[in-house]
Ligand binder design. Structure first.
Ligand SMILES: *[C@@H]1O[C@H](CO)[C@@H](O)[C@H](O)[C@H]1NC(C)=O
Ligand SMILES: *[C@@H]1O[C@H](CO)[C@@H](O)[C@H](O)[C@H]1NC(C)=O
Ligand SMILES: [Zn+2]
Length: 585
């Protein structure tokens, strides 16, 4: 049947399959023409030969032209030659539904018209397909490897390919070409997305190795000039206060002493740079939390402790612009709204809208920067995948569903379910009187009413929270979601296509429409015009010789073509468990 509708396939089939019927038919035809040809006079044969030669020449000419034209098309954009900057933003776990949710939430809370959209909406560019080499549903590691290397790999891969060889990243190539480079995140700076730009390990849980490589103790030396984010615990030795490494390496000391990093470990030190008070000395390592920076919904109540994503992004832009002032090369900066994903894993819509709003604010800051800067630049922003299977409507009764959802419920919440669950666990650890009624009263009066803004908690809900406090995060989030009539399909990731946003610029047409996540990665290197393949060769030569000498102390992941257990589910539940297993093993 395919033969009828797709002649191209039909040709392929004839060549590939040796269909006995087709073969015999062809033989018969060829035999016939051979018979007639041998009986013809010489001048007719000569004319045939000349015609044949002419046809051959013409065909070759057309082929050469076609190849040349398609090559021209691929490299058609005027490759920028002058000094330029590239900012790549990742909204981890943000699918299209998160935009609808956040847009309406903002319009509701600020009393805006339906046409008053997010800055992101105004820069919609296209959409990206996200599957990895090992699964239809990617994780952040394979997702970020597609961006950093421009190649598909397995879930869990940190810029490593399915054959366990490293792939060069756009950041490494940019550094080699003389650009300044930076990474800004709201989760651990060793987490999958930032790790994929500046390190190479087989599985994402190797945070200890990633931290060491990120400061410069890797195959290529130091490739990053600026890192802002959380995850301080991976830089402090085992046993030190706030440390979670398995070994005794003090990576902060190593960074300072061996690789020349300037270190800032708290908000007070960051504030010296914020809003241009002091010049930011590069290289700079800013670690502002033991693990994650709190959700924006909670962070704004702890503003004196943690900087926000947009504050870190603005400081990074200014620092990198200043550092490249007299240089012929600009900078490459990756900024990640890391915890949109975590709100999705926790199915917490109240936390998620504030994460997306803060990401939109950081996006706006980058757009403003590009408009004001004397150096031309491009902003490309996309997600690695969607998280949670979010749906912006939910049937909550047996009868025909209502056509609505309630942003007011999200607006009334002033704490994330994660924060309230932590407070509940802290409370239970302290009390000696474990009577259920007392606990239920505490949960309602101290957490549910003030934190979630819910005044009608049912006895069933409070009983469940008091009986299964280890499930409190999910239970709190469910109380919000069901009242707001917001649906979720999973606590993990989903395969839906994600949006691409851009300021536009030279060559950005290559990522218009519906593209593969690897196309986004390829565009990054093409805009910067840097040689990522040369980095791949260098990595392979140096890492292979190290491995042969037995200098790399970890096992190569066994069957990397299949999903790796415990990694696909990613960090929500895994996050806290990981902390424990890291300390245990
Ligand atoms: C790099 O790290 C290793 C341990 O992972 C350590 O032995 C070595 O001294 C480090 N190199 C430098 C220059 O700090
Ligand atoms: C929001 O909170 C206010 C006052 O605390 C309350 O009156 C209102 O009913 C709440 N709205 C929703 C949708 O929960
Ligand atoms: Zn995730």
């Amino acid at each position: 049947m395919a033969n009828v509708t797709t002649p191209l396939l039909a040709n392929d089939r004839c060549e590939a399959d040796s269909d006995p019927l087709n073969d015999s038919e062809e033989d018969a035809l060829q035999g016939q023409s051979r018979a007639t040809r041998t009986g013809q006079p010489w001048h007719i044969r000569l004319r045939e030969a000349i015609l044949f030669a002419w046809a051959l020449l013409a065909t070759t000419g057309v082929l050469v032209l076609a190849v040349w034209a398609s090559h021209q098309q691929q490299t058609a954009f005027d490759k920028p030659t002058g000094k330029r900057n590239l900012i790549f933003m990742v909204s981890d776990g943000m699918g299209p539904a998160s935009l609808s949710l956040t847009r309406s939430f903002r319009q509701y809370t600020e009393g805006l018209e339906y046409g008053d959209t997010l800055t992101l909406d105004k820069h919609f560019w296209g959409s990206s397909r996200t599957r990895s080499s090992s699964s239809l549903v990617t994780d952040s590691a394979a997702g970020a490897t597609a961006f950093s290397c421009g190649k598909k790999s397995y879930n869990g891969a940190i810029s490593m390919l399915p054959d366990s060889t490293p792939c060069g990243t756009v950041l490494e190539a940019a550094k080699k070409a003389g650009y300044k480079t930076g990474l800004v995140v709201t989760t651990d700076i060793t987490d999958a997305t930032p790790a994929c730009f500046a390190s190479h390990v087989d599985v994402r849980s190797q945070n200890d190795d990633i931290a060491v490589q990120e400061v410069g103790n890797g195959t290529l030396g130091r490739v990053v000039d600026l890192m802002f984010g959380g995850g301080r615990c991976h830089f402090l030795p085992n046993g030190a206060e706030g440390g979670c490494r398995e070994d005794d390496i003090d990576v902060v000391e190593m960074a300072k002493n061996e690789y020349g990093w300037n270190y800032v470990g708290d908000r007070a030190a960051f504030d010296e740079f914020w809003e241009g008070k002091a010049e930011v000395p590069l290289p700079i390592l800013g670690l502002f939390a033991d693990t994650d920076i709190p959700f924006e919904l909670d962070r704004r109540n702890m503003n004196d402790v943690y900087p926000s994503l947009s504050e870190m992004a603005k400081t990074a832009l200014r620092a990198l612009e200043k550092a490249t002032e007299g240089s012929e090369q600009g900078f490459f900066l990756m900024i990640e709204g890391s915890r949109i994903d975590h709100a999705g894993h926790g199915n917490d819509p109240a936390a998620q809208v504030r994460e997306v709003l803060e990401y939109d604010k950081a996006f706006t800051a980058v757009i403003d920067f590009l408009e004001e800067s004397d150096t031309p630049g491009v902003l490309v922003a996309t997600s690695d995948h969607e998280t949670g299977g979010l749906s912006v409507a939910r049937q909550v009764h047996a009868d025909y569903p209502q056509y609505l959802w309630y942003p007011a419920v999200l607006a009334n919440a002033s704490s994330s379910s994660e924060h309230l669950a932590r407070r509940l666990h802290g409370h239970i650890a302290q009390i000696s009187d474990h009577s259920p009624d007392k606990l239920k009263k505490y949960i309602n009066d101290e957490l549910v009413t003030p934190g979630l803004g819910i005044h009608d908690a049912s006895d069933d809900e409070l009983t469940a929270l008091a009986s299964y406090p280890e499930q409190a995060q999910y239970l709190f989030a469910h109380m919000i979601s069901i009242r707001a009539q917001i649906g979720w399909g999973t606590h993990g990731h989903s395969a839906v296509d994600v949006n691409i946003y851009s300021s536009g610029g030279p060559g950005a047409e290559a990522i218009r429409g519906n593209v593969e996540n690897t196309d986004v990665g390829k565009y990054l290197r093409e805009y910067l015009n840097v040689d990522v393949d040369a980095i791949t060769r260098e990595l392979n030569e140096k890492m292979l010789s190290k491995r042969n000498l037995g200098m790399i102390g970890y096992e190569i992941a066994a069957d990397t073509t299949n999903e790796i257990p415990g990694l696909a589910g990613d960090h929500w539940i895994a996050h806290e468990e990981l902390e424990i297993t890291r300390r245990e093993s």
